[in-house]
Design a protein around this ligand. Structure first.
Ligand SMILES: [Zn+2]
Length: 316
């Protein structure tokens, strides 16, 4: 049977029709209109679902279920979105109850980063693995854990917020209000800050010309200049990789996954980033000399991971 996976983003609602082989048959994307408030967005989400079904010529009643990836804290059991900073007014809102009123099949919801690890485990870079940890490096740092083939959801189903594990006591202030979170060191936002600080300290660095040509300093600036041999850029990248490997090492020590996946914008650095992380990981992982470390790999499905994962939340 077909399923629908819907990514509820701050800018766009993206729906995908997913088949039994985890293939996305059709996609639909509609602006979220987040400023219109909760009920209006719920209506837009239902409209997106109907549109996606129409695209494959089937009524929604024919679908096995519909799953939603939510950019925030959601309790999948009660269906209440506790907090979603990118969706205006979404604080303690009964999402699943309201959306169920508009849709004729069972609905499920999960955190968007959790949907991504489900998608990668079923159909992507971790296919065949039962224990997986994934970090998504974007504006923030999202994360998800699959344990023994099941999505780890923890108490109240609120999941694992890996990005807010503390990497450095009393360290850099995080967007969540705490200090020293992984997100405050390993997000693209943090990496750009690290890049800008190095540029200020090294006015002759190649990064200045690169950023000028690109129009801005972004996640690529330090990586591309590092590849070109710029010493300041190499220091930025190597320090960043030490933060990230340190964070991954702790996660490996806790969960002992078969593989660690890296998704999000910075994963586009592919082997250049993965090789460095794999080389550093033993140093930051307990008993690595005796039991080794799992490979750190790039997630392969991109945004489709969240769509496929949302569509299959019911079996995880
Ligand atoms: Zn935090």
């Amino acid at each position: 049977m077909l399923r629908l996976g819907i990514d509820v983003g701050g800018t766009f609602i993206k729906a995908g029709v997913v088949d039994e082989n985890y293939t996305i048959l059709e996609k639909v994307s509609i602006p979220t209109g987040a400023d219109q408030g909760f009920i209006s967005v719920v209506n837009t989400i239902a409209r997106t679902a109907r549109l996606a079904a129409k695209k494959v010529g089937r009524p929604l009643e024919d679908f096995a279920c519909i799953g939603f990836g939510i950019p925030g804290l959601i309790n999948p059991k009660s269906g209440v979105v506790v907090l979603a900073p990118n969706l205006e007014g979404w604080k303690d809102v009964p999402f699943l109850t309201e959306i169920q009123k508009l849709l004729p099949v069972s609905v499920y919801a999960g955190n968007d980063a959790n949907c991504a690890v489900v998608g990668e485990t079923l159909a992507g870079a971790a296919k065949g693995c039962k224990d997986v940890v994934m970090l998504t490096l974007g504006t923030g740092v999202g994360g998800g854990v699959v344990c023994d083939g099941k999505l780890f959801t923890g108490g109240q189903g609120l999941g694992a917020e890996l990005g807010h594990m503390v990497l450095s006591m009393d360290g850099n202030t995080c967007g969540c209000g705490m200090q020293g979170c992984i997100e405050a060191y390993c997000s693209v936002t943090a990496f750009v800050k690290q890049t800008k600080a190095a540029m200020a300290a090294y006015p002759k660095s190649l990064m200045h010309a690169y950023a000028k040509e690109a129009g801005e300093v972004d996640g690529r600036t330090a990586f591309e200049c590092s590849k070109a041999g710029d010493l300041a850029a190499q220091t930025v990248v190597n320090t960043y990789c030490r933060y990230l490997a340190n964070a991954i090492g702790s996660l490996v020590t806790i969960y002992r996954p078969e593989t660690v996946l890296i998704g999000g914008g910075l994963s586009n650095q592919r082997e250049y980033l993965m090789d460095k992380l794999n080389a550093l990981l033993p140093k930051y992982t307990f008993a690595s000399g005796s039991i080794g470390v799992p490979p750190v790999c790039r997630a392969t499905l991109g945004n489709d991971a969240g769509t496929i994962g949302a569509a299959y939340l019911d079996i995880m």
